[in-house]
Every structure is written in C-alpha cells, then in structure tokens.
Design a protein around this ligand. Structure first.
Ligand SMILES: NC(=O)c1ccc[n+]([C@@H]2O[C@H](COP(=O)([O-])OP(=O)(O)OC[C@H]3O[C@@H](n4cnc5c(N)ncnc54)[C@H](OP(=O)(O)O)[C@@H]3O)[C@@H](O)[C@H]2O)c1
Length: 331
C-alpha cells in the first residue's frame, strides 16, 4: 500500500486556477497520531482560493483542499477514536483533501453518523463548523438573545446558507447580504429575516432602517475590503465586528480610535482553526453540527458538483461569484 499512487490536484506555484494540475502522488502509511483516509468527496471553500493564489502561503508543492469525507483505511500509533473501516469527515490544516487518499493528522477527523452521506459531509465540515463557532462561540459583550439583529455578508454562499438556517433556529434575526436578487431570495428561503442585494442597495441605510436606526449587535464579515468600513457603520454601541474572510481582498488597517467614535465597538478576526485546536473541542463542535443537521433545522445544499479533474473550473466559478451554497468535488 505504501507504494500506491492516488490522483491529486496540486499547485507548484501560487497563481490562478491554471496552476492547478492533476497529478499522481504516492500515499504512505500513517505515522503516530495520523490516519490514512480514502476520500469519497472533497469540499470546495473560499480558503482554497487564498491558498492557491498565495494570500495564505503554504510550502510548495501543495495539494489543495481542507474539507473531506471518506473511509479510514489505516490508523497510526496512539489513534484511538478512529478505526479502519470507519466512515469519517474533517476540516483540517494542512490542506490535501483534493485527492483520492491522504495521510493526515487524526486530531480533527471525526466519525461520521450513518445518517449523513459523504457528499453532505464534504460540503459541511469547514463551512458548518465555521457557522457553529460564529453563531455560538463568538459573543458580543452584551450577549446574543433570540430576536436580536445580526448582519451576515455573502449570505447565499456556502457558510452563508448554513448560517441563515442556524441563526433562525437560534431565534436570531439575520439580515443577509448577497450579490443578486436571486441570491437574496435563496437567503430568505433559508431563514434570513431580511436580505439586501449589496450590488444595488446601500446596505448601511437598509440595516439602519430595518433596526429602527439602532444597528445590529454583530456583523459577520467575510467579504473584507469591499464591505469592512461600511460594516462598522451598521453596528450599535458596544457591537461586535467579527471579520472572518477576505473574498474581495484584505480588509484595511483600522485606527482603534475609529472604534471609539462609532460607539465603543469591539473588533475580532477569527479563524475556525483556533476553535479546532484540540480533539475534544473538534468533537464537541462536530456533534453540535451533526445534531442540527440530523434535526433538519439546517439542510446542506450542494448546488455544484465537479469531478476532481475539473477542480480548476470550480475555482473559476467560485471566484466569479457564480456559486451558491456548497460545492463538492467527486472522487
Ligand atoms: N475564518 C474562518 O474561520 C473561515 C472559515 C470558513 C470560511 N471563511 C470565509 O468565509 C467566506 C465564505 O466562504 P465560502 O467557502 O462559504 O465561500 P462562498 O460564500 O460560497 O463564496 C464567497 C462569496 O463571497 C461573495 N463575494 C463578495 N465579494 C466577492 C469578490 N470580490 N469575489 C468573490 N466573491 C465575493 C460572493 O457572494 P455574493 O455574490 O453574494 O457577494 C461569493 O459567492 C470566505 O471569505 C471564506 O474565506 C472563513
């Protein structure tokens, strides 16, 4: 088995989708704390674009992909929570899920409940665990109660549609932004209380109108450069600006005094991987995600599927804002 080859999407230099090559790579045996997993599906995420382009620079050559589901083939020394034959899923650093099989740290891999299929799992681990910590672990200083308003950008995307549904289940009034009327309809159909087409409307004015001039308790901003400054305008005093992505480019530097002037605001830049630092924390968050999916309160929409060999086209579509919900690469 140690000499077997597996297909993988690899980059040898940072750049556009043209850097993504289908190659054959050897898959070895798991060392201590590792497993070997044979993928059934891999998830596409915007972070894969940052890693391909070099915004987040990993050592090269690099097999892309941070989300996957499949069957455990072998476990290394010290791994007790997984066994060969287990159905499993993960989001994980280092990347490598755009592949037929890989050896990887076992820490962030969890057993998959029978009720959840491989495609669904591949479409929800990174995105769903992100929605989980954003809505349930990142708290504004005045707390978050049913009925409270929050603003969530890119609400019809992968993380966005999960967040719309989960926020509704928590009783929050999520105001979603999205880049077209059709995407706004999708956000509303998935539980957003209001939707704003930010390609046509002034989202600050709409948020103020919807909240009686007060503003929201939290803004979840993964768009970055294009929305960051105006997102701050949407917050009520002591509100929390939760930046968690840069789909339009990196957010500008912030003068701390500007947070005071806008009402003693709080600012945080979050990453899911801080929340997944231990196996116990990962399992607890995954159990919460599996429960909300099993309950039917959150449905995972897979709106795009591509064969592994067409991963570059998947990247083009994601960057051109042509996708909604989750996207899965089939293996
Ligand atoms: N920090 C974390 O823990 C963490 C974890 C997961 C994801 N994220 C971030 O969350 C965001 C959503 O991730 P995702 O994988 O679910 O992607 P996604 O939302 O499915 O796709 C990104 C969306 O961003 C919007 N967007 C706004 N300006 C854009 C631009 N200039 N170029 C491209 N897209 C633009 C587009 O929606 P509209 O057309 O509706 O504007 C696009 O569909 C990403 O920024 C990602 O990096 C962060």
């Amino acid at each position: 088995m140690s000499s077997s080859l597996t297909p993988a999407i690899q980059i040898q230099a940072f750049g556009g989708p043209e850097q993504m090559r289908l190659v054959e790579l050897p898959v070895g045996e798991p060392g201590p704390g590792e497993i070997r997993i044979r993928h059934k599906a891999a998830g596409l995420n915007y972070i894969d674009v940052y890693q391909r382009s070099g915004v987040y620079a990993n050592p090269l050559p690099l097999t892309l992909g941070m989300e996957g589901a499949g069957v455990v083939e072998a476990v290394g020394e010290g791994v007790t929570h997984l066994q060969p034959g287990d159905r499993a899923a993960y989001t994980s650093n280092p990347p490598g899920s755009y592949s037929g099989a890989r050896v990887m740290p076992a820490k962030t891999v969890v057993k998959l409940p029978e009720a959840i299929g491989f495609d669904t799992a591949a479409g929800m681990m990174l995105k769903g665990l992100t929605a989980q910590y954003l809505l349930k672990k990142v708290r504004p200083v005045e707390g978050l109660e049913p009925g409270d308003f929050v603003l969530f950008h890119a609400a019809a995307g992968g993380v966005g549609l999960i967040a719309c549904q989960w926020a509704k289940a928590l009783g929050l009034q999520l105001i979603g932004t999205a880049g077209s009327a059709a995407k706004c309809e999708l956000a509303l159909a998935h539980g957003a209380a209001h939707a704003i087409d930010y390609s046509r409307e002034d989202f600050v004015a709409r948020v103020k109108a919807l909240t009686g001039g007060r503003g929201v308790k939290v803004v979840y901003d993964s768009v970055g450069k294009d929305t960051f400054e105006r997102s701050l305008e949407c917050l009520r005093p002591f509100g929390l600006m939760c930046a968690f992505g840069n789909a339009s480019g990196k957010a500008p530097m912030v003068d701390p005094a500007s947070l005071a002037a806008r009402g003693s605001l709080y600012l945080t830049r979050q990453t899911v991987f801080t929340h997944l630092a231990t196996r116990e924390a990962t399992q607890a968050m995954a159990d919460d995600l599996f429960a909300v999916v099993a309950s039917g309160a959150v449905k995972i929409r897979i709106d795009q599927r591509y064969p592994l060999a067409e991963a570059a086209q998947a990247h083009r579509d994601l960057e051109a804002r042509r996708t909604t919900g989750s996207t899965v690469l089939s293996l």
